[in-house]
Design a protein around this ligand. Structure first.
Ligand code: KG4
Ligand code: ZN
Length: 336
């Protein structure tokens, strides 16, 4: 039984997971309302909100799981990467509780937790596998040898896929976070009416989405213009832009995933991160995997966006392998 704590960005989360799979509680307080008027996360506001929410949320997660601190084997917490002030709130809370309750502390890498999150819903560990992590902060392909050995195969050189969804939603004035609403609008749109670029930089498996975002900006406002064009678009035009933009992102994500499978010779693909909730991505990826005889495991929606169940689950796998961190463990904004 592991308590998981997640505060790396704009979601405060606490969860209790037994055996790495049995999710006894999974609580999340989102800060959408706090940041929406700024069009993005304001780090200082996010840290303060974590501080206000976290203690009560941990108590609630224990109560909902019907466990007491004595039932816990350890406390897993996100240590990297993320907003440093936000990470420090969770790490400090985890250290204090580990000390007070006399429990082991397990630091978890947020991206590795996303990369292995599909396993929560399975009755076995699906590795070795390629894992595609697509979130608001990251777009990465990993080779997952096992829970403790993940190798980065490729990552975005500029914007993350989720960030591109959020920026396009902002260009179209659809609100923040933009992914879910662009997803819904795209379902009524024609992806073939506009063609946006598919960028696949370099010879490796990297991604780039900033050019695509600029292409959408100029399509909406006119070449070289950054404002004034939105009023000319009808509701159907906006749906079509959402569909064409989503298709461009999805094509690149699917193509790179297939290349990663070819290069590694692996036959299993995992999908995690907030953008894994995207309906077009799920559909196209499952079609391509079926054609190629590749096994695809998509993370269930509840564990796609930031959550503490995936932190507790990954913490449990590391705990089983003997991982114990001491109080010198500290948060890091980057993955290094
Ligand atoms: O994993 P996550 O909660 O945060 C990070 O760790 O970054 O992912 C949040 C991101 C946001 O950018 C949001 O717009 C995007 O995931 N997202 C989606 C969908 N649902 C959430 N993007 C596309 N389609 C969706 N249905
Ligand atoms: Zn995340």
């Amino acid at each position: 039984m592991i308590l998981g704590i997640e505060t790396s960005c704009d979601e405060t989360a606490a969860a209790v997971v037994a055996g790495g799979r049995d999710v006894r509680s999974n609580l999340i307080v989102t800060q959408y309302d706090l940041h929406s008027k700024y069009g993005g996360v304001v780090p200082e506001l996010a840290s303060r909100a974590h501080l206000e929410q976290l203690d009560a949320l941990i108590q609630e997660a224990l109560a909902e799981a019907r466990v007491t601190p004595a039932d816990l084997e350890g406390i897993a917490v996100t240590v990297r990467p993320g907003l440093i002030g936000c990470l420090l709130i969770g790490v400090t809370a985890a250290k204090a509780l580990a000390w007070a309750w006399g429990k082991p502390l397990i630091g978890v890498d947020h991206i590795e937790a996303h990369a292995t999150s599909a396993a929560i819903a399975l009755d076995h560990d699906p590795w070795p596998a390629v894992s595609l992590v697509v979130s608001g902060g990251h777009t990465s392909l990993y080779r997952v040898e096992d829970e403790n050995c993940l190798t980065l195969l490729g990552a975005t050189v500029d914007d993350a896929a989720g960030e591109a969804f959020d920026k396009v939603a902002s260009i179209l004035k659809l609100g923040y976070p933009g992914g879910p609403v662009v997803d819904v609008r795209a379902r009524s749109g024609d992806p073939g009416r506009v063609r946006f670029p598919r960028s696949m930089p370099g010879d490796g498996l990297d991604f780039s989405f900033s050019g695509l975002k600029t292409a959408v900006l100029y399509h909406v406002h006119g070449p070289g213009r950054t404002s004034g064009g939105l009023e000319r678009l009808t509701g159907q035009d906006v749906d079509d832009v959402c569909a064409a933009f989503s298709a461009a992102v999805v094509d690149v994500l699917v193509e790179r995933s297939m290349q990663a499978l070819d290069r590694t010779g692996l036959r299993t693909l995992l999908l995690g991160g907030g953008v894994a909730a995207n309906s077009m991505l799920r559909q196209r990826l499952s079609e391509r995997c079926r054609e190629r005889g590749v096994t695809l495991h998509v993370t269930p929606p509840a564990y796609c966006t930031d959550n503490a169940a995936m932190i507790a689950a990954q913490g449990h796998r590391l705990w089983v392998r003997g991982r114990r961190d001491d109080y010198r463990m500290t948060a890091s904004a980057s993955r290094g």
